[in-house]
Design a binder for this molecule. Structure first.
Ligand code: HEC
Length: 500
């Protein structure tokens, strides 16, 4: 059992240098990161374009290529064409002989990422209570359901209307019809809290409460102080359990998923994880690749995968890799980086997924049984060691986001509460600090809109039993706030109240 994971560890070391550079959802700001090689597109830009176009929004002899006006009015193909052929009778030269297709794609990705960084975010509005938003197809008011939460991560409703909310810092909280109970649920699993790690998703299904969280390898005592020094991080992993709450106490805890000790690793990011039930007896859940892209392509590890198990954790016989020697039998799809959103389309039944990609490569995918989504081989974003945007036999994303938005929880709007948003997909975004609305037709996104981007980090969106959308928010972290991107901050649950 142990042996077959050996090569993964070896490859892990190979990509470690590159991995440190990638910008992730919750990775700390770059303060502690060693200076590595610049991202591929950045280097191409500095070497070939900066002398004329400058390094800022001000431009130079040529116009700034980071301006929103230029980037939003030109498709990637249009930019590619200009770069290849140049602009006749101007100083803009042709790069057809200097840059190959991949280098041109990378420089375009860099323009979009850097452009987004250079354009300012709207100022943060700490109290959204009562704000009315006139969006394209639906006006709504923001009702604050409960505040005073620490980094709320996942939420689910109990049959009696109370809402369970996880705080990444560890506690499982109960919101009783608009009132956050002061006392967290007692006796929940002990979690490892750092960077992306902590108490993660919660789901309620057929009387059971499902929890996912990160833990330190059993039997390992973390060194004192290790919680503040990533270099001494203990080996950790995502664990899934289900249980009940009785007299405000976590009871009947049953383990649904625990990886072998050999897979516990000392990175503290990309744990996943999101739960989704298909109503046919199966539980889907996601696991990140723990910041080692090699994991995403190996069927011998559950990391970097979407999984499908029976509701009690056992393996369905019709899973795609059942019976394949050395394959983890719960795997449903592979090639994922850090998937944190799962939802079924109420119209087609398609399984939609959101995933934190590398810088500029965040993804929205439709997940098919046994398919490979490419992480580790190809990405629309920038990552040292990845040179292709597409590879044969891997599924390209339905949408990718550049600059990075860091998509987290996703949910379809079901029912009639919001007449303008029928069957739309909603995407919570952390670094992008926005709630996105996507109109879906089959497997295509036919329109998109940012509903708001001034209330901080958006962690999850939940379609409630009352047909209303509930959203988990967290005060901004990282760049400009004086905190690490992964810092725990105050958060709240809001409801989008439809208005005529
Ligand atoms: C020798 C100077 C020079 C260099 C080097 C150069 N450009 Fe340009 N570029 C220009 C000028 C000047 C223009 C404006 C041309 C005009 O429309 O008159 C321009 C225009 C463009 C435009 C169109 C802008 C618009 O508003 O429509 C794009 C895109 C562009 N450059 C991309 C690049 C990229 C990418 C590189 C590097 C790979 C690059 N350029 C290198 C001088 C340069």
């Amino acid at each position: 059992m142990k042996r077959r994971y050996g090569y993964i560890t070896a490859l892990c070391a190979l990509v470690a240098a590159g991995a440190a550079l990638a910008q992730t959802d919750d990775a700390p700001v770059k303060v502690a990161a060693p200076a590595g090689p610049p991202l591929p597109g950045a280097q191409t830009y500095t070497d070939n374009c900066q002398s004329c176009h400058g390094a800022t929004l001000a431009g130079g002899r040529g116009p700034s290529l980071f301006a929103d006006g230029l980037l939003s009015s030109h498709s990637d193909d249009a930019l590619r064409q200009i770069i290849k052929t140049g602009i006749p009778n101007s100083e803009m030269p042709s790069f057809a002989n200097q840059l190959n297709g991949d280098e041109i794609s990378q420089v375009i990705a860099y323009l979009r990422i850097r452009g987004g960084q250079l354009r300012a975010n709207p100022p943060f509005v700490p109290d959204p209570s009562g704000q009315i938003i006139h969006s394209q197809k639906q006006t709504f008011r923001i009702d604050v359901i409960a505040s005073g939460l620490q980094t709320p991560w996942g939420g689910a409703f109990l049959p009696d209307g109370r809402m369970l909310v996880t705080e990444r810092t560890g506690p499982l909280r109960i919101i009783d019809h608009g009132k956050l109970l002061p006392e967290p649920v007692k006796g929940t699993p002990k979690v490892f809290v750092r960077q992306d790690g902590g108490m993660l998703d919660v789901a309620v299904h057929k009387g059971w409460i499902y929890l996912s969280y990160t833990e330190v390898e059993p039997g390992v005592t973390p060194a004192p102080g290790s919680d503040v020094a990533p270099v001494t991080a203990p080996p950790t992993m995502t664990v899934l359990v289900r249980g009940h709450i009785r007299d405000n106490q976590w009871v009947d805890s049953h383990e649904l998923f625990r990886a072998p000790s050999s897979l516990y690793t000392t990175t503290s990011d990309h744990y996943g994880s999101r739960f989704l039930f298909d109503g046919k007896g199966h539980l889907f859940f996601s696991l990140g690749e723990r910041h080692n892209m090699v994991n995403a392509q190996s069927l011998a590890t559950p990391l970097g995968k979407i999984h499908r198990v029976n509701e009690d954790g056992s393996i369905p016989k019709d899973n795609p890799f059942v019976g394949l020697p050395d394959a983890v039998a719960s795997i449903w799809s592979l090639g994922h980086r850090n998937p944190e959103g799962l939802a079924f389309d109420p119209v087609t039944g398609n399984l939609w997924e959101s995933e934190h990609g590398p810088t500029g490569g965040d993804e929205i995918n439709v997940i098919d049984k046994g398919h490979n989504y490419g992480w580790g081989l190809a990405s629309m974003g920038l990552e040292p060691g990845i040179f292709k945007q597409n590879m044969p036999n891997t599924d390209p994303p339905i949408a990718s986001y550049s600059p990075t938005i860091a998509p987290s929880g996703i949910a379809f709007n079901v029912g009639d509460r919001y007449p303008g948003w029928k069957n739309n997909l909603f995407v919570a975004a952390l670094a992008g600090q926005q709630l996105l609305r996507l109109e879906i037709k089959g497997r295509k996104i036919v329109a998109q809109e940012t509903l708001f981007n001034q209330y901080g980090r958006v962690r999850d969106v939940i379609s409630g039993p009352d047909g209303m959308l509930y959203v988990l928010l967290q005060s901004p972290t990282g760049g400009g706030t004086g905190t690490l991107l992964s810092a725990a901050t105050e958060g709240m649950v809001i409801r989008l109240q439809p208005m005529p």
